[in-house]
Design a protein around this ligand. Structure first.
Ligand code: SF4
Ligand code: F3S
Length: 265
């Protein structure tokens, strides 16, 4: 309770803001708890009340005052073609802003499939040269929190860990926090018994769909996707894609956007 909040600069590059949408819906810890007790969200192009020069000044002030102590959270990624001209924020390329802000950060959190792996803006033929954070910043500890978006409690869990212990959580070989990405969707899926019994949905309007059988034959990527959706679920534990009757499309795996098709017959 007496610990000062960790300053956070949250940048937005090429992205859709779904990570922010997810983050603000965290239920444990709640977003209020995160904002009021754990982090000081000093700069965020989407959520900050200030804008323009005022806000850019805040970013520079935080970088100076908390040199080596602030967290850089990155939502989206940078265009690297033509000097990054395809993503301009605050009068400069996002590529430059990312490099500048990363230079004195204690650590970087790469939110979502965009910042971790590239996502749809990186899809073949990748006209803007969209590149994930780890391909641009090489000299800082980076935690990848993939998903499109990541689960809100996974996001706040990573922040809570850094605030509590002053370090990034234990990571796997792909830079993901092990605590949330160490099992496949398939390992904990409540439809697994149907998979094991060979009972599959074969059409979205068949009787097996109504009975909730396994979605593997509909292209479910659960057997090869590492994420916590089948364990902690979404919206405070309400449901997840498979719970809503849709196959997992592997949104937390590298290159899922180019590995299609999402549907198989
Ligand atoms: Fe596995 Fe997908 Fe079937 Fe669930 S629905 S058991 S994740 S293949
Ligand atoms: Fe994404 Fe699959 Fe979870 S599509 S949200 S990783 S169930």
């Amino acid at each position: 309770e007496t610990k000062p909040r960790t300053p956070v600069i949250w940048l937005h590059g090429l992205e859709c803001t779904c990570c922010s949408e997810s983050f603000i819906r965290s239920s444990h810890p709640t977003i209020e708890d995160i904002i009021f007790n754990m982090i000081s969200l000093d700069y965020d192009d989407v959520l900050s009340a200030a804008a323009g020069h005022q806000l850019e000044d805040v970013r520079k002030k935080i970088m100076q005052e908390y040199k080596g102590k602030y967290i850089l959270a990155v939502e989206g990624n940078a265009s690297t073609k033509d000097d990054g001209v395809y993503c301009m924020v605050g009068g400069d390329s996002f590529l430059n802003t990312l490099k500048e802000t990363a230079a004195d950060a204690a650590a970087i959190i790469a939110w979502g499939a965009c910042a971790s792996y590239g996502c749809v803006q990186n899809a073949d033929p990748n006209p803007t040269g969209a590149a994930p954070v780890s391909e641009i910043i090489k000299d800082k500890p980076i935690v990848n929190v993939p998903g499109c978006p990541p689960i809100s409690e996974v996001m706040t869990g990573v922040v809570a860990h850094f605030h509590t212990f002053g370090t990034l959580p234990e990571l796997d070989r792909m830079g993901r926090p092990k605590a949330f990405y160490n099992t496949r969707i398939h390992d904990k899926c409540y439809r697994r018994a149907f998979y094991d019994a060979g009972m599959f949905v074969r059409s979205f309007d068949d009787e097996a769909t109504r009975k909730g059988w396994c979605l593997y034959k509909m292209g479910c990527k659960g057997p090869t996707t590492y994420n916590s959706c089948s364990k902690i679920q979404w919206n405070g534990g309400v449901s997840f894609p498979i719970g809503s009757g849709h196959p997992c499309i592997g949104c937390s795996e590298p290159n899922f956007w180019d590995k299609g098709p999402f549907y198989e017959r």
